[in-house]
Design a protein around this ligand. Structure first.
Ligand code: PFF
Length: 461
């Protein structure tokens, strides 16, 4: 079958205005709730230092190599993930069924956004709470009580979830390359500065050395199980926004001359730094408050940081600003989560961009209702593997679909796609190229497959 007989859209993806805009947009996608909300709480649940080490190894041995491969697929394919992969597969003389790799990403993106929006809604809800001074002078138990009463009201959670979905869809409908680039250019640096201020507070007022020890020593290594390793691996994919086509879609908007590997490196390093700084800002406060538990789960950020803001001068201002920025970080990520699905509907001629935005927005919103209820009415309704709806959405996507997508991308680029084309399209040469190619071919897929199988055995037995 030749290319011309296939129902493939033309290579007409729009382009970012510069390499910097791509870096910022990709960083906007990567840096989000994963770094500031999820990384600290899963680190707390899985024992600290040993988990952080495994996570960093996963970033290095699977995350970065696969991210380079994924951006490359987008840049070469120049259309929505489903069609980009199909086009490249056919060009390489492989089966068109590779498009199911793109389809897996479309489903994963919708599922992740459904609960991501609920958590982003918490951050939005904390804006008026902060501004009203609800947390001034508060201790850990008071902050926990406010958070618990917030979770107990499904109608309120639903309202904020709905608002966040509307915000996401508004940008998606307006188009990714317009507007988004300019917004992240300004907001990302502000977020970094604010995190550093929080870090300063944590050093001055919290149990900083205890937190450093917790994050970088193996004191609690016994808490690390097969399931923890799977969670660390899944999180490496989640935090870098890889394995589901989000970064592939962004890569397809990349200017042809932009260097892939160097750009990926910058984004991955920034993403990792934000997660570590978030951990170093949150844990000193947790350890300084006897009633806060590092293993308390998804509420960790929302309970511990208000205590810090409540105790610092101008805390009302900083606290409000902080939750505004967390909301923005979530916003720039949520847009990329839905981009593969939107681009697929548009590219396949099934819908216009605004129609795709509305249809998918409603779908994600509806699935997200299950996550809203997972924190109150459906809390104890356990589906598969003892997980409730929210936990299952998170587990299926981050710990199953993203790693699976990653393995398939590594196999495709490493073994099935033309080595010559890959070499030509990449900005690394010599030993560095050989190292990347070797790791992508042999280390990443094998590592991910082994962790996936062991992790799943650990979860379901
Ligand atoms: N990387 C985002 C975060 O850390 O919050 C979440 C995310 C965005 C995951 C886009 C996957 C994705 F495709």
């Amino acid at each position: 079958m030749t290319n011309s007989t296939l129902p493939l859209p033309p290579r007409n993806a729009p382009t970012w205005s510069s390499r910097l805009t791509f870096i910022l947009a990709a960083t906007g996608s990567a840096v989000g709730l994963g770094n500031i909300w999820k990384f600290p709480y899963i680190t707390g649940e899985n024992g600290g230092g040993a988990f952080v080490l495994v996570y960093l190894l996963c970033i290095l041995l699977a995350g970065i190599p696969v991210m380079i491969a994924e951006v490359l697929l987008g840049k070469q394919g120049r259309s929505s993930p489903v069609f980009a992969v199909q086009r490249l597969a056919l060009e390489a003389g492989r089966s068109r069924h590779w498009r199911w790799l793109g389809a897996l990403g479309v489903v994963a993106g919708v599922l992740i956004l459904s609960y991501y929006s609920v958590i982003a809604g918490w951050a939005l809800a904390y804006l008026p709470k902060m501004l009203a001074g609800d947390f001034v002078g508060i201790a850990g138990d008071g902050s926990s009580a406010i958070f618990k009463s917030h979770l107990a009201r499904p109608a309120v959670l639903l309202g904020w979830h709905s608002l966040f979905m509307v915000m996401t869809m508004a940008v998606v409908i307006a188009g990714v390359t317009r507007g988004l680039g300019r917004a992240v250019e300004f907001l990302m640096p502000v977020l970094f500065v604010l995190l550093l201020i929080l870090l300063g507070f944590a050093i001055a007022e919290g149990e900083f050395m205890q937190a450093v020890r917790y994050l970088f020593s193996f004191d609690n290594a016994a808490a690390l199980t097969g399931k923890s390793v799977l969670i660390a691996l899944g999180h490496a994919f989640f935090t870098l926004s890889i394995g589901m086509g989000a970064i592939m879609a962004y890569g397809s908007y990349m200017p042809p001359a932009a260097p892939v590997a160097r750009t990926v490196w910058v984004v991955a390093v920034m993403d990792t730094c934000v997660a570590l700084v978030a951990g170093l800002a949150i844990f000193p406060i947790v350890f300084a408050s006897p009633d806060l538990d590092p293993a308390s789960g998804p509420g960790l950020l929302f309970v511990s940081l208000p205590v810090a803001f409540g105790g610092m001068p101008a805390g009302v201002l900083f606290g409000t600003l902080f939750f505004a920025l967390v909301s923005v970080a979530a916003w720039t990520s949520s847009i990329s989560l839905i981009e593969p699905a939107v681009a697929w509907l548009v590219d396949s001629g099934r819908a216009r961009r605004w129609q795709a935005g509305v249809i998918l927005g409603v779908l994600c919103w509806a699935i997200g209702v299950g996550s809203v209820l997972s924190f109150n009415d459906w809390q104890d309704w356990h589906l598969l593997g003892g997980f409730n709806w929210f936990e299952l959405s998170d587990f299926l996507t981050a710990n199953l679909m993203l790693p699976l997508g990653g393995i398939l991308m590594a196999i495709f680029v490493g073994h099935l796609y033309s080595t010559q084309a890959v070499r030509k399209a990449l900005d690394i040469e010599g030993w560095l190229y050989r190292l990347w190619h070797f790791v992508l071919r042999w280390v990443s897929p094998v590592l991910v497959a082994v962790v996936l199988v062991y992790g799943l055995i650990g979860v379901f037995t």
